[in-house]
Unconditional design. Sequence first.
Length: 141
Amino acid sequence: MLLASVLSIMGFPSCGDKESTDENGVEYGTPTAEFVFRGTVTDLEGNALPNVKVSHVYEHTYGDYVARHEDSLTSTDREGNYNAMCRHVYWKDGERLVFSTEDGAYVDTLMNYSDLAPLKGGNGKWFVGRSENTLDIKMNK
């Protein structure tokens, strides 16, 4: 019993560090990844759309209940360009971005991990890497 107590005390400080947690307090033992998305947002004629909100959306299912989370990442500039990054738990389903305007136009994307750039630069611990992607969006305004 004494040995178990000593081992648990010694293991407690190793339950988290800068590389295994992020600013949202991801739990120890939860793989995280960074996803970078760059691109332009245009209308169907190819005209740049400024001030389009870019959000990261993810859902968790708990039995019959679905919890939907939406994190605003950035907005497009005057030329319709955006650069967004999110670091979070590496889910099995993929990445979902929503592009929306104040007047109600939106594009909802869901990209499987197999369709995204491979993860690179993982640390061999709980950070599985970074994926950099280009995603150009056309919106019907």
